[in-house]
Ligand binder design. Structure first.
Ligand code: ADP
Ligand code: ADP
Ligand code: ZN
Length: 217
Protein backbone atom coordinates (compact mmCIF):
# COMPACT_ATOMS: atom_id res chain seq x y z
CA UNK A 1 0.00 0.00 0.00
CA UNK A 2 1.57 3.26 -1.14
CA UNK A 3 -0.40 6.50 -0.97
CA UNK A 4 2.03 9.07 -2.32
CA UNK A 5 1.85 12.78 -3.07
CA UNK A 6 4.32 14.29 -5.54
CA UNK A 7 4.97 17.99 -4.99
CA UNK A 8 7.20 20.58 -6.55
CA UNK A 9 7.01 23.80 -8.57
CA UNK A 10 5.68 23.84 -12.15
CA UNK A 11 8.20 22.08 -14.37
CA UNK A 12 9.98 20.24 -11.54
CA UNK A 13 9.36 16.87 -13.18
CA UNK A 14 6.36 15.63 -11.17
CA UNK A 15 4.49 14.23 -14.14
CA UNK A 16 7.60 12.65 -15.63
CA UNK A 17 8.46 10.84 -12.39
CA UNK A 18 4.87 9.98 -11.47
CA UNK A 19 4.33 8.21 -14.77
CA UNK A 20 7.26 5.82 -14.20
CA UNK A 21 6.58 5.38 -10.47
CA UNK A 22 2.95 4.45 -11.11
CA UNK A 23 3.99 1.80 -13.61
CA UNK A 24 6.54 0.33 -11.18
CA UNK A 25 4.18 0.37 -8.20
CA UNK A 26 1.06 -0.79 -10.12
CA UNK A 27 -0.98 2.14 -8.82
CA UNK A 28 -2.79 4.90 -10.74
CA UNK A 29 -1.07 8.19 -11.60
CA UNK A 30 -3.59 10.88 -10.73
CA UNK A 31 -2.66 14.26 -12.21
CA UNK A 32 -5.08 17.07 -11.43
CA UNK A 33 -3.69 19.04 -14.39
CA UNK A 34 -4.35 16.08 -16.74
CA UNK A 35 -7.91 15.69 -15.42
CA UNK A 36 -8.60 19.40 -15.91
CA UNK A 37 -7.13 19.32 -19.44
CA UNK A 38 -9.22 16.24 -20.34
CA UNK A 39 -12.31 18.14 -19.17
CA UNK A 40 -11.34 21.23 -21.15
CA UNK A 41 -10.86 19.10 -24.27
CA UNK A 42 -14.23 17.39 -23.75
CA UNK A 43 -15.90 20.77 -23.16
CA UNK A 44 -17.48 19.78 -19.84
CA UNK A 45 -18.82 22.35 -17.39
CA UNK A 46 -15.90 21.60 -15.05
CA UNK A 47 -13.47 22.12 -17.93
CA UNK A 48 -14.97 25.48 -18.90
CA UNK A 49 -14.82 26.70 -15.33
CA UNK A 50 -11.27 25.43 -14.72
CA UNK A 51 -9.97 26.90 -17.97
CA UNK A 52 -10.75 30.44 -16.79
CA UNK A 53 -8.10 29.99 -14.10
CA UNK A 54 -5.66 27.65 -15.84
CA UNK A 55 -5.28 29.90 -18.89
CA UNK A 56 -4.06 32.71 -16.62
CA UNK A 57 -1.80 30.45 -14.58
CA UNK A 58 -3.95 30.83 -11.47
CA UNK A 59 -5.18 28.00 -9.26
CA UNK A 60 -8.62 26.54 -9.80
CA UNK A 61 -10.69 27.25 -6.64
CA UNK A 62 -10.20 24.76 -3.81
CA UNK A 63 -13.87 23.64 -3.63
CA UNK A 64 -13.93 22.77 -7.35
CA UNK A 65 -10.62 20.96 -7.22
CA UNK A 66 -11.41 19.02 -4.05
CA UNK A 67 -14.83 17.92 -5.34
CA UNK A 68 -13.15 16.53 -8.42
CA UNK A 69 -10.39 14.72 -6.52
CA UNK A 70 -12.78 13.26 -3.96
CA UNK A 71 -14.63 11.51 -6.79
CA UNK A 72 -11.40 10.29 -8.34
CA UNK A 73 -10.00 8.90 -5.07
CA UNK A 74 -13.26 7.02 -4.48
CA UNK A 75 -12.73 4.97 -7.63
CA UNK A 76 -11.89 1.33 -7.26
CA UNK A 77 -8.38 1.50 -8.74
CA UNK A 78 -7.20 3.65 -5.81
CA UNK A 79 -7.85 1.02 -3.18
CA UNK A 80 -4.27 -0.32 -3.17
CA UNK A 81 -2.55 3.03 -3.50
CA UNK A 82 -2.09 6.03 -5.77
CA UNK A 83 0.36 8.67 -6.88
CA UNK A 84 -1.18 12.10 -6.59
CA UNK A 85 0.57 14.59 -8.88
CA UNK A 86 -0.29 18.28 -8.54
CA UNK A 87 -2.48 18.17 -5.43
CA UNK A 88 -2.48 19.56 -2.79
CA UNK A 89 -1.41 23.04 -3.93
CA UNK A 90 -2.76 24.95 -0.93
CA UNK A 91 -2.93 24.30 2.81
CA UNK A 92 -6.73 24.24 2.53
CA UNK A 93 -6.44 21.43 -0.04
CA UNK A 94 -3.98 19.53 2.18
CA UNK A 95 -6.40 19.58 5.13
CA UNK A 96 -9.32 18.61 2.86
CA UNK A 97 -7.29 15.75 1.37
CA UNK A 98 -6.49 14.41 4.84
CA UNK A 99 -10.22 14.49 5.67
CA UNK A 100 -11.19 12.66 2.44
CA UNK A 101 -8.60 9.96 3.09
CA UNK A 102 -9.61 9.62 6.76
CA UNK A 103 -13.24 9.02 5.64
CA UNK A 104 -11.94 6.17 3.50
CA UNK A 105 -9.82 4.79 6.34
CA UNK A 106 -6.60 5.85 4.58
CA UNK A 107 -3.69 8.22 5.05
CA UNK A 108 -0.69 9.46 3.11
CA UNK A 109 2.48 7.39 3.39
CA UNK A 110 4.93 9.87 1.88
CA UNK A 111 5.07 13.33 0.31
CA UNK A 112 7.86 13.54 -2.24
CA UNK A 113 8.99 17.10 -2.91
CA UNK A 114 11.05 17.64 -6.07
CA UNK A 115 13.26 20.68 -5.75
CA UNK A 116 14.61 22.53 -8.84
CA UNK A 117 16.12 26.04 -9.14
CA UNK A 118 13.91 28.64 -10.82
CA UNK A 119 16.05 29.27 -13.92
CA UNK A 120 15.89 25.55 -14.75
CA UNK A 121 12.11 25.55 -14.28
CA UNK A 122 11.66 28.22 -16.93
CA UNK A 123 13.83 26.28 -19.35
CA UNK A 124 11.93 23.04 -18.66
CA UNK A 125 8.49 24.64 -19.00
CA UNK A 126 9.22 26.52 -22.18
CA UNK A 127 10.62 23.38 -23.89
CA UNK A 128 7.84 21.08 -22.70
CA UNK A 129 5.70 19.34 -25.30
CA UNK A 130 2.73 17.10 -24.51
CA UNK A 131 0.91 14.41 -26.49
CA UNK A 132 -2.60 15.51 -27.42
CA UNK A 133 -3.75 11.93 -27.36
CA UNK A 134 -2.16 10.24 -24.28
CA UNK A 135 -0.69 13.20 -22.31
CA UNK A 136 2.86 11.76 -22.35
CA UNK A 137 5.35 14.58 -21.70
CA UNK A 138 8.52 15.37 -23.66
CA UNK A 139 11.14 18.14 -23.77
CA UNK A 140 12.55 19.57 -26.98
CA UNK A 141 16.13 19.27 -25.65
CA UNK A 142 16.13 17.19 -22.44
CA UNK A 143 13.77 14.41 -23.47
CA UNK A 144 12.94 14.65 -27.17
CA UNK A 145 10.67 12.17 -28.98
CA UNK A 146 12.28 9.88 -31.57
CA UNK A 147 10.39 11.60 -34.38
CA UNK A 148 9.95 15.36 -33.95
CA UNK A 149 6.36 16.35 -33.10
CA UNK A 150 5.17 12.71 -32.66
CA UNK A 151 4.52 10.76 -29.48
CA UNK A 152 6.74 7.66 -29.04
CA UNK A 153 3.99 5.89 -27.10
CA UNK A 154 0.99 6.36 -29.39
CA UNK A 155 2.04 8.36 -32.47
CA UNK A 156 -0.16 11.27 -31.34
CA UNK A 157 0.59 14.89 -32.14
CA UNK A 158 2.73 16.86 -29.67
CA UNK A 159 1.65 20.37 -28.69
CA UNK A 160 2.75 23.16 -26.38
CA UNK A 161 0.41 23.86 -23.48
CA UNK A 162 -1.02 27.42 -23.66
CA UNK A 163 -0.03 27.97 -20.02
CA UNK A 164 3.59 27.09 -20.87
CA UNK A 165 3.86 30.39 -22.76
CA UNK A 166 6.52 32.63 -21.20
CA UNK A 167 3.93 35.26 -20.18
CA UNK A 168 2.03 32.73 -18.06
CA UNK A 169 5.04 30.89 -16.63
CA UNK A 170 6.07 33.76 -14.34
CA UNK A 171 2.62 34.01 -12.78
CA UNK A 172 2.56 30.25 -12.17
CA UNK A 173 5.92 30.44 -10.41
CA UNK A 174 4.67 33.36 -8.28
CA UNK A 175 1.47 31.48 -7.43
CA UNK A 176 3.57 28.49 -6.46
CA UNK A 177 5.74 30.57 -4.08
CA UNK A 178 2.75 32.26 -2.46
CA UNK A 179 0.28 29.39 -2.18
CA UNK A 180 2.04 26.05 -2.56
CA UNK A 181 5.57 26.42 -1.14
CA UNK A 182 4.22 26.59 2.46
CA UNK A 183 3.17 22.95 2.04
CA UNK A 184 6.81 21.90 2.36
CA UNK A 185 6.87 23.00 6.02
CA UNK A 186 3.35 21.67 6.54
CA UNK A 187 4.33 18.13 5.54
CA UNK A 188 7.78 18.32 7.14
CA UNK A 189 6.03 19.06 10.46
CA UNK A 190 3.93 15.91 9.96
CA UNK A 191 7.04 13.83 9.33
CA UNK A 192 5.90 12.88 5.83
CA UNK A 193 8.32 14.87 3.68
CA UNK A 194 10.92 13.31 1.41
CA UNK A 195 13.03 16.01 -0.30
CA UNK A 196 14.56 15.15 -3.65
CA UNK A 197 17.12 17.05 -5.69
CA UNK A 198 15.33 17.45 -9.02
CA UNK A 199 18.28 19.19 -10.66
CA UNK A 200 19.74 15.99 -12.12
CA UNK A 201 18.90 13.61 -14.94
CA UNK A 202 15.41 12.09 -15.10
CA UNK A 203 16.84 8.70 -14.25
CA UNK A 204 18.93 9.91 -11.31
CA UNK A 205 15.89 11.65 -9.85
CA UNK A 206 14.00 8.37 -10.11
CA UNK A 207 16.80 6.50 -8.31
CA UNK A 208 16.86 9.08 -5.50
CA UNK A 209 13.08 8.81 -5.09
CA UNK A 210 13.28 5.01 -5.00
CA UNK A 211 16.00 5.06 -2.36
CA UNK A 212 14.04 7.58 -0.30
CA UNK A 213 10.94 5.39 -0.41
CA UNK A 214 12.97 2.33 0.53
CA UNK A 215 12.24 0.70 -2.81
CA UNK A 216 15.02 -0.88 -4.75
CA UNK A 217 14.04 -0.09 -8.34
P1 ADP B 1 5.79 18.97 -13.79
O1 ADP B 1 4.76 17.87 -13.90
O2 ADP B 1 6.40 19.04 -12.43
O3 ADP B 1 5.27 20.31 -14.24
P2 ADP B 1 7.10 17.65 -16.07
O4 ADP B 1 7.26 16.24 -15.62
O5 ADP B 1 6.02 17.93 -17.02
O6 ADP B 1 6.98 18.62 -14.75
O7 ADP B 1 8.49 18.16 -16.63
C1 ADP B 1 8.64 19.48 -17.14
C2 ADP B 1 9.53 19.44 -18.37
O8 ADP B 1 10.89 19.14 -17.98
C3 ADP B 1 9.15 18.38 -19.39
O9 ADP B 1 9.39 18.89 -20.68
C4 ADP B 1 10.08 17.20 -19.07
O10 ADP B 1 10.36 16.42 -20.21
C5 ADP B 1 11.32 17.91 -18.55
N1 ADP B 1 12.00 17.20 -17.45
C6 ADP B 1 11.43 16.44 -16.48
N2 ADP B 1 12.36 15.96 -15.63
C7 ADP B 1 13.57 16.43 -16.07
C8 ADP B 1 14.92 16.30 -15.60
N3 ADP B 1 15.23 15.58 -14.50
N4 ADP B 1 15.89 16.91 -16.31
C9 ADP B 1 15.59 17.65 -17.40
N5 ADP B 1 14.34 17.82 -17.89
C10 ADP B 1 13.32 17.23 -17.23
P1 ADP C 1 2.47 21.74 -13.82
O1 ADP C 1 2.75 20.39 -14.41
O2 ADP C 1 3.12 22.82 -14.61
O3 ADP C 1 2.79 21.81 -12.37
P2 ADP C 1 -0.30 20.97 -13.85
O4 ADP C 1 -0.54 20.25 -15.13
O5 ADP C 1 -0.14 20.16 -12.63
O6 ADP C 1 0.92 22.00 -14.01
O7 ADP C 1 -1.49 22.01 -13.59
C1 ADP C 1 -1.89 22.91 -14.61
C2 ADP C 1 -2.84 23.93 -14.04
O8 ADP C 1 -4.01 23.27 -13.54
C3 ADP C 1 -2.31 24.74 -12.85
O9 ADP C 1 -1.55 25.86 -13.25
C4 ADP C 1 -3.62 25.14 -12.17
O10 ADP C 1 -4.23 26.21 -12.85
C5 ADP C 1 -4.48 23.91 -12.37
N1 ADP C 1 -4.34 22.98 -11.23
C6 ADP C 1 -3.72 21.78 -11.21
N2 ADP C 1 -3.76 21.22 -10.00
C7 ADP C 1 -4.42 22.10 -9.20
C8 ADP C 1 -4.78 22.13 -7.83
N3 ADP C 1 -4.45 21.11 -7.00
N4 ADP C 1 -5.44 23.21 -7.36
C9 ADP C 1 -5.78 24.23 -8.17
N5 ADP C 1 -5.47 24.28 -9.47
C10 ADP C 1 -4.80 23.23 -9.99
ZN1 ZN D 1 0.86 9.81 -26.97
Amino acid sequence: MMNIVLMGPPGAGKGTQAEVMARKLFVPHISTGDIFRANIKAGTELGQLANQYISKGDLVPDEVTMGMIKDRLSEDDCKDGFILDGLPRTIVQADALAAILAEQGKKLDKVVNIDVPTDKLIERLSGRRVCRNCAQTYHLVNNPPTEPGRCDECGGELYQRADDAVETIQNRLDVYQAQSAPLIEYYAAKGLLLSINGDQSINNVLVEVGNGLGLNW
